[in-house]
Design a protein around this ligand. Sequence first.
Ligand code: CP
Length: 326
Amino acid sequence: MKQFLSAHDVPDIKALVARALAHKSVPGANKHLGVGKRIGLLFLNPSMRTRLSTQVAAQNLGMEAIVFNIGSEGWALEFEDGAIMNGTTVEHVKDAAPIMGRYFDILAIRTFPALKNREEDYSERYIQQFVKWAGIPVISLESATLHPLQSLTDVITITEAMQAPNYKPQNTNLKPKIVLTWAPHVKALPQCVANSFAQWINAWGEADFVITHPEGYNLDERFTKGATITYNQDEALESADFVYVKNWSSYHQYGQILSQDASWMLTLDKLENTNSAKIMHCLPVRRNLELSDEVLDSAHSIVTEEAANRVWAAQAVLEQILKAGA
Ligand code: CP
């Protein structure tokens, strides 16, 4: 693997999941692979899980990880080609990225969308400029439209839950039913996690996949094609084995909040018609807005295990990139 920006960079998702679970069983098995190698973790936006889990993963492989909160501590970067830099930006990405390419062996970047201009956000201009100018492998720590380390983690977590002795699928002859449900939120959030989850579950190909949301929240078909889409949450939840809860702002009325309908919050009574579904969320979660306390604090919730698995996802990805010669 030469880069990790989306599911398309992964030749075999099941094999990568297996590597992640192998790392979870024996975290230090490959502790010399990254000795003498350095990863730069650039954050234009806040993070807890992504930042810490990638640092731990790098350390498990013997790598040195250097975090740079470039968004708050670095020079303001210019991304426009040919820009006359007489405004607030101080350094062009085509000057900054090659220098980082000399300091590090792998570069990892988090950059959120502005949610103002859909074409600009969906062109992934920021992360693609680093890919173009850094000259070393680039890993997405969440970009304008996707969050691949989160989605790999989600597939790992589902795989692991299905391997548990107490897992009883809705029907042993069927694939697990996985439901992605929209939840209310007070802020306009990116579509990244939902896009990415849909892309990975479709690419994985091991699920009966349903997406449910209010009208106006349809995601980009490039990611959702293959899933069943319904505006009826109760119908979607029927017999579900896994329910992934996430808010996103509108894709078609770009970046807008069209609904704050509290009836979309997942509560314990809504789980009665599921197959005792496991509940997932990428975190951070707004309690009693997106998900009720009673669900998050119940045995249905696997959000802590899911977040813990971020380490093994990052470790599996770093391992593949190191083995490819980073
Ligand atoms: N899920 C996730 O990416 O968490 P952080 O924003 O804390 O990294």
